[in-house]
Design a protein around this ligand. Structure first.
Ligand code: GLN
Length: 469
């Protein structure tokens, strides 16, 4: 609580606010988290008058989530000049609680990527080491929290895009149950997989933000409230499922996973090694479904309704073709082509329908595992934050490396990445994955872990907050 008081003091006094704005702008020249930073514009939107635990707290919003009057670029040239006429439901609920959106943060174009290097608009670096990527696609959301520019941010998680950058930047990252948070105002990439998620500096902050934004919304037909009782989780009898085999992890990540297993034991939790065979199929299944849905969702950018319109056109067909050619980056184009391919008539059974069947199988396998365990604990990503250039992971390797995060999206389950330490100057962590609507179990586990390891701020971070802390 003490930290929050300082945070809200920052924006309440004009002297502190001026210093805050200046320091964020200076630091962000190096980090590149923000695409737009305008605390006054955000403060004017805030409607929450009553005392609330989030009142006065600044937060950042991934630039594929709508905030009224702010830009909504999705990190793409095609929407570079587009500004949003309304706010997403999750943002609206935060505004009603008195929190202040200070700006929009960078991402891989339309959320497609794992390093924020697919942004067409800005380069973002990892505040722990400027030679490393912040992760992605919510790289700006993670970097802004890790650098102490905001105590929390919103991101979106279609296949790991909240948890993996949170892990790379040493902050907490929550992907809620599918439908637990309204997607109204989140620009669609792969609708059946994605959720608005939270990145935060502490578990307590995460929990309060989640309580504020969750709940069904008439504007999103897939949003839901939890049905039935959520079983209580008893510390003494808590059983954590861990993967029997975790091939392909970098040494530091494998070590961190082993250490986390030992920490769970020292917390008195039971450890049960499990094997989930269908996990071997998650990558092709995810990329088939995600590309198919992306090709349909991105069909709306034709130069007619939103953003960029090519000046090269001579007729309607060429307007659409040239607008898309000029406006989309290469990763987005390749996914549209892949998605169109897997949905071609005559081929649907072979790819899309087959992927959906395996997806059902994955859900069934996980339901069986959750009869024996309360939570699963898995690595987040096989590597720590990798270099932006040089021997870094190729786009194909990055996709293969999504295998630990995409499972929760395919099954619609909540998962939270938790920082567990620092190795070679970069953060390491694990993720906990729970049954549907059992976010409280994730918070419980993460809090127990937070008592053992309290994440530090990155080396590049705001002095102002460090001082008031
Ligand atoms: N890396 C994955 C992808 O590129 C996940 C992205 C996301 O969760 N938005 O699709």
């Amino acid at each position: 609580m003490a930290i929050d008081t300082k945070w809200s003091e920052i924006l309440n006094s004009s002297e502190n606010k001026g210093a805050y704005i200046k320091e964020v702008q200076d630091l962000d020249d190096e980090i590149g988290a923000f695409l737009q930073f305008d605390p006054d514009l955000g403060a004017a939107l805030t409607t929450g008058g009553s005392e609330n635990s989030l009142k006065g707290l600044p937060f950042a919003v991934k630039d594929n989530i709508a905030v009224k009057d702010f830009n909504l670029t999705c990190g793409s040239k095609i929407l570079e000049t587009f500004s949003s006429p309304y706010s997403a439901t999750a943002v609206k609920r935060l505004l009603e609680a008195g929190a202040i959106p200070v700006g929009k943060v960078n991402l891989d174009e339309f959320g497609m990527g794992s390093a924020t290097t697919n942004s067409a608009l800005r380069k973002t670096v990892n505040p722990w080491n400027p030679d490393r990527v912040p992760g992605g696609s919510s790289g700006g959301s993670a970097a802004a929290v890790a650098a102490g520019m905001v105590p929390f941010s919103l991101g979106s998680d279609t296949g790991g895009s909240v948890r993996q950058p949170a892990n790379f930047c040493g902050v907490y990252g929550l992907k809620p149950t599918y439908g637990a948070v309204s997607r109204y105002g989140l620009v669609a990439y792969a609708s059946s997989l994605e959720c608005i998620g939270i990145l935060s500096e502490s578990v307590d902050m995460m929990e309060r933000v989640y309580e504020t934004i969750k709940g069904s919304d008439p504007k999103d037909q897939t949003s839901r409230d939890a049905s039935g009782e959520i079983p209580d989780l008893h510390h003494e009898t808590m059983t954590i499922g861990v993967l029997e085999s975790t091939e392909g992890l970098d040494e530091e990540v494998a070590q961190a996973y082993e250490e986390a297993i030992n920490q769970c034991k020292s917390l008195g939790w039971n450890i049960l090694p499990v094997t989930i065979d269908s996990l071997n199929y998650v990558v092709p299944v995810y990329y088939t479904i995600a590309a198919a849905e992306a090709s349909a969702n991105l069909a709306r950018y034709t130069g007619v309704r939103y953003g960029h319109r090519s000046a090269q056109s001579t007729d309607v067909q060429s307007m659409t073709r040239e607008t898309r050619e000029e406006g989309f980056g290469s990763e987005v184009k390749s996914r549209i082509i892949l998605g169109t391919y897997v949905l071609r008539s005559g081929f649907q059974d072979q790819y899309y329908v087959r992927a959906q069947k395996i997806r059902t199988r994955i859900k069934m396998d996980l339901a069986e595992v959750y009869e024996k365990v309360d939570l699963l604990m898995m690595p987040v990503f096989p590597t720590q934050a990798f270099p932006a250039t040089g021997d870094s992971l190729t786009p194909f390797q990055q996709k293969l490396a999504d295998r630990y995060t995409i499972t929760a999206n395919l099954a619609g389950l909540p998962a939270m990445s938790v920082p567990t330490g620092v190795k070679n100057g970069l953060p390491v962590g694990v993720q906990f994955m729970a049954p549907e609507f059992c976010e409280t179990h994730l918070f419980k586990a993460a809090k127990a872990y937070e008592a053992i390891y309290r994440p530090q701020r990155a080396s590049k971070s705001l002095h102002l907050i460090q001082e008031v802390r």
